[in-house]
Design a protein around this ligand. Structure first.
Ligand SMILES: O=c1nc[nH]c2c1ncn2[C@H]1C[C@H](O)[C@@H](COP(=O)(O)OP(=O)(O)OP(=O)(O)O)O1
Ligand SMILES: [Mg+2]
Length: 227
C-alpha cells in the first residue's frame, strides 16, 4: 500500500502520556478502518518519544514537507543488532495499525565496548545516568562513540521494512549543556567541540544521526509518492 499525504495541520501536542496511550492508539486504528478503502492519511510515526517526534518534525519542516501523525504504541523491542531491532519493531507496528508506518530506533555505541550499549542505551541511561555512562569508560583510553539512528518504513502488514541509517561520530564527555533529551549532554559531536545539549536545535538538526537518517527516508518517501 502506498502512503499519501494531506496538508492538514499538525496536531499541536506531542505523543500521548504513557497512561492513556492504549486508548488513543485504539481510537486511531478505528479511525483508519472507518476511512478504508479510500485511505487518505498522513504517514504514521509510531513512537513514544516526544523529543524524537519534535526533532523529526523540525528536520522535515526544512525541505519538501512530509506530515506525520504520531502514535504511541508499546511495541516489543527485541534483542539483536540495531537492524534486527528496527525491522521487528516496524513490522509489528504495521500489523497493529494495519497500514504503512515508520518507526525509529536510536543507538549510542561506544568504540571501546565494540559498539555497546548500542540499541540498549535506553536502559543504560536509565540505570546509570550521565555520570555512569562516563564511568563505564573509565578503564578505557578511547572515549570515542557514535550515535546511530535507524528509521524503518513498512508499507503495511506482511511487507518487509526498509531501513535508513544515519550516523554521527563523537565522544563521551562529562555532561555539559542544558539539554533535556536523553544522553544529549554527554555526547560531543566530532569537529564541533559541543555536546548535542550545548547546540541550538538548528545546529543539532543539521548534523545529527537523526538528520542523516531522515534525509534518506525523505528521499525514499518522495520517490514513492511520485510512482
Ligand atoms: O538524539 C538523541 N539525543 C539524546 N538521547 C536520545 C536521542 N535519541 C534517542 N535518545 C535516547 C532515548 C532513549 O533513551 C534511547 C533510545 O531508545 P529508543 O528505543 O530508540 O527510544 P524510545 O524508546 O524513547 O522511543 P520509541 O518509542 O521511538 O522506541 O536514546
Ligand atoms: Mg523504544
Amino acid at each position: 500500500m502506498r502512503p499519501t499525504w494531506t496538508s492538514h495541520p499538525h496536531p499541536e501536542h506531542a505523543p500521548r502520556a504513557r497512561s492513556n496511550k492504549g486508548r488513543r492508539a485504539g481510537n486511531y486504528v478505528l479511525h483508519l478502518r472507518q476511512q478504508s478503502p479510500i485511505m487518505v492519511q498522513k504517514l504514521v510515526f509510531v513512537t513514544g518519544n516526544a523529543n524524537k517526534l519534535k526533532e523529526v518534525r523540525q528536520i522535515l519542516a526544512d525541505g519538501q514537507p512530509i506530515e506525520l501523525n504520531a502514535i504511541d504504541l508499546d511495541l516489543p523491542e527485541i534483542q539483536g543488532t540495531t537492524q534486527e531491532v528496527a525491522i521487528e519493531k516496524c513490522k509489528r507496528a504495521a500489523e497493529v495499525i494495519g497500514g504503512p508506518c515508520i518507526t525509529e530506533d536510536t543507538a549510542l555505541c561506544f568504540e571501546a565496548l565494540n559498539g555497546l550499549p548500542g540499541p540498549y542505551i535506553k536502559f543504560f541511561l536509565r540505570e546509570l545516568g550521565h555520570d555512569g555512562l562516563n564511568r563505564m569508560l573509565a578503564g578505557f583510553p578511547s572515549k570515542a562513540a557514535w550515535a546511530l539512528c535507524t528509521f524503518a518504513y513498512c508499507a503495511g502488514p506482511g511487507s518487509a521494512p526498509v531501513l535508513f541509517e544515519g550516523r554521527t561520530d563523537g565522544r563521551i564527555v562529562p555532561a555539559r549543556g542544558q539539554g533535556k533529551f536523553g544522553w544529549d549532554p554527554v555526547f560531543e559531536a566530532e569537529d564541533t567541540g559541543k555536546t548535542y545539549a550545548e547546540m541550538e536545535p538548528e545546529q543539532k538538526n543539521k548534523l545529527s544521526h537523526r538528520y542523516r537518517a531522515v534525509d534518506k527516508l525523505r528521499t525514499y518517501l518522495l520517490s514513492l509518492e511520485g510512482q
